[in-house]
Design a protein around this ligand. Structure first.
Ligand SMILES: Cc1cc2nc3c(=O)[nH]c(=O)nc-3n(C[C@H](O)[C@H](O)[C@H](O)COP(=O)(O)OP(=O)(O)OC[C@H]3O[C@@H](n4cnc5c(N)ncnc54)[C@H](O)[C@@H]3O)c2cc1C
Length: 479
């Protein structure tokens, strides 16, 4: 970890994308964190993410996103979905200091669409290659791909088609750039997404694939692949879909994002408090420090207490997830739900605290280098690895489905009076909407109850955090 911390400390502000990507190449070559660590040493993997997040207050979101895209989304997906030989390629990539990106999002698809994508990968049995295409129009063009303008390889999520039959989204490890000059692979075109309000040390690309032929071993095939001899699709593990395994990296990502948001806002509180402790105010009698004005003092107290509670909660999720990562097992529905809660609560709380702190510290909050200039880091946390709104919708939908099925056993279902009450209200609103318009579709009817839907998600978040804190406390007192 010392090498990672030293590397994080050495990063300078206002880096160009070229300099920032060179800095990541150097870290990859140093081999202090390895692509494989997400499974072999997950504690190091998360600690390294936190070390990088500690610099986000002065660097902005760019380098942290670069880091997590390379280690979690790209290398992490190869580790989760790749065969032994494919995982071994990560070693060569590290020695050469090669960078990876993760191409999931399209103009009309992505995490929000449940990973369903328009990009296709057709198995061409005669040539023994997959042919990747973005398709007509621009709906299937990958966009917002972090590091896409410099990455050597990409994990491309595409709909695998074998003999014309769709097998759903699969991951392909595709070489984007070739040789010493890093020229683009034939059929790949890229462009810049344009200047952003923040994180311009990170390149974001759109990527188009036109008849890009990739070899048989580009398909990350641990769970499903194509038999090279017969050209048939083969399922390697019954009941495990490749798409679900792509989702696994979103769980590690969600824990890393939750921790990054908490690290960011704690540092914002620390730095601001250091300033307000020595900033004197007039007409304050015996307690002239800005930190002592009642609203700020209360905010610091509340802020640190809330962060302590959230840190402990997310650490609990991390610990449980690490056990699964090491054992290569799939987290339970309850842990998946707890991780979604970690992401929603950590990010929303961080945004709320940062905003309220900004209102209370006068001119300081406008100064460059205070961290307030980089609070859009939290904005990035909000939509990364599953948008907080979409996660909230899923929490509420799972609970409501259990309610409709009268399923009291489900780990993700109704667990309190208030949740039951909210489910009943949602049910009534949906029935009213159907009575008013019998042809109303499912989504429109559900949207009619949107306030109660988000309220239900919020109530569930609080209940789940409380339950897990209680369990942890009971466990500690038994020891
Ligand atoms: C800096 C940056 C880096 C990125 N890096 C990558 C990358 O490396 N690889 C990659 O694949 N993608 C990447 N992305 C894409 C990112 O994952 C998407 O931007 C994100 O999924 C949100 O999609 P969107 O911006 O199109 O939101 P939109 O779909 O336009 O939605 C906007 C907002 O509407 C709300 N919303 C949308 N749909 C629903 C719904 N069904 N119900 C309720 N509310 C809803 C949400 O609050 C959402 O934030 C990156 C994006 C950015 C900005």
């Amino acid at each position: 970890m010392d090498v990672v911390r030293a590397h994080a400390a050495s990063l300078s502000r206002d880096m160009s994308p070229a300099r920032s990507s060179r800095a990541l190449r150097a870290l990859v070559r140093a081999d202090a964190v390895r692509g494989e660590d997400v499974e072999r040493n997950p504690e190091l993997f998360f600690a390294a993410h936190r070390a990088m997040a500690l610099r986000a207050n002065d660097l902005g979101p760019g380098f942290w996103i670069r880091f997590t895209v390379h280690y979690n989304l790209c290398a992490g997906t190869v580790v989760a979905l790749g065969s032994r030989a494919q995982r071994a390629r990560l070693r060569g990539m590290a020695t050469r200091g090669e960078l990876g990106c993760f191409a999931l999002t399209e103009r009309l698809a992505g995490v929000n669409s449940g990973l369903v994508v328009r990009t296709t990968a057709d198995w061409d049995h005669a040539r023994k290659v997959f042919v990747i295409n973005s398709g007509g129009g621009d709906g299937g063009v990958k966009n917002w791909i972090s590091q896409g303008l410099v990455a050597d390889v990409a994990v491309v999520v595409a709909d695998l088609r074998v003999g014309g039959k769709s097998r759903g989204p699969h991951g392909f490890l595709v070489r984007l750039r070739q040789g010493m000059t890093r020229r683009l692979t034939r059929g790949v075109s890229v462009g810049d997404m344009g200047k952003k309000t923040t994180g311009n040390d990170l390149d974001n690309a759109w990527i188009r694939f036109d008849d890009v032929a990739v070899p048989h071993d580009a398909l990350l095939s641990k769970y499903g692949g194509v038999d090279r001899k017969t050209g048939e699709y083969v399922t390697k593990k019954e009941g495990v879909r490749t798409m679900d395994m792509i989702g696994q990296r979103l769980y590690t990502g969600r824990v890393a994002v939750a921790q990054a948001a908490l690290v960011f806002v704690r540092r914002l509180l620390d730095d601001t408090k250091r300033y307000s402790d020595q900033k004197m105010c007039t007409m304050r009698g015996a307690s002239p420090a800005l930190s002592d004005v009642p609203q700020l003092r209360a905010l610091y107290q509340e802020g640190y207490a809330t962060l302590d509670r959230l840190d402990a909660y997310v650490a609990g999720c991390e610990k449980e997830l690490c056990t699964h990562l090491r054992a290569k097992t799939i987290p339970s529905a309850a842990l998946t739900q707890a991780i979604a809660v970690a992401k929603i609560k950590a990010v929303e709380t961080a945004i709320d605290l940062a905003f309220r702190l900004k209102q209370e510290v006068g001119s300081y909050a406008l100064m460059s280098g205070t961290g307030f200039d980089n609070t859009d880091f939290l904005q990035c946390c909000k939509f990364a690895e599953g948008d907080s709104r979409i996660l909230s919708q899923k929490l509420a939908r799972d609970c409501f489905t259990a309610f409709q099925q009268n399923d009291l056993e489900s780990a993700t279902g109704v667990k309190s009076e208030i949740e039951l009450d909210l489910c009943q209200r949602i049910d009534e609103v949906i029935k009213d909407a159907r009575r008013a318009n019998p042809r109303i579709d499912k989504i429109e009817a559900w949207d009619c109850a949107w306030r109660d839907v988000y309220r239900l998600a919020e109530v569930m978040c609080e209940r789940i955090m409380h339950e897990r804190a209680f369990k942890a406390e009971t466990h500690r007192s038994k020891l």
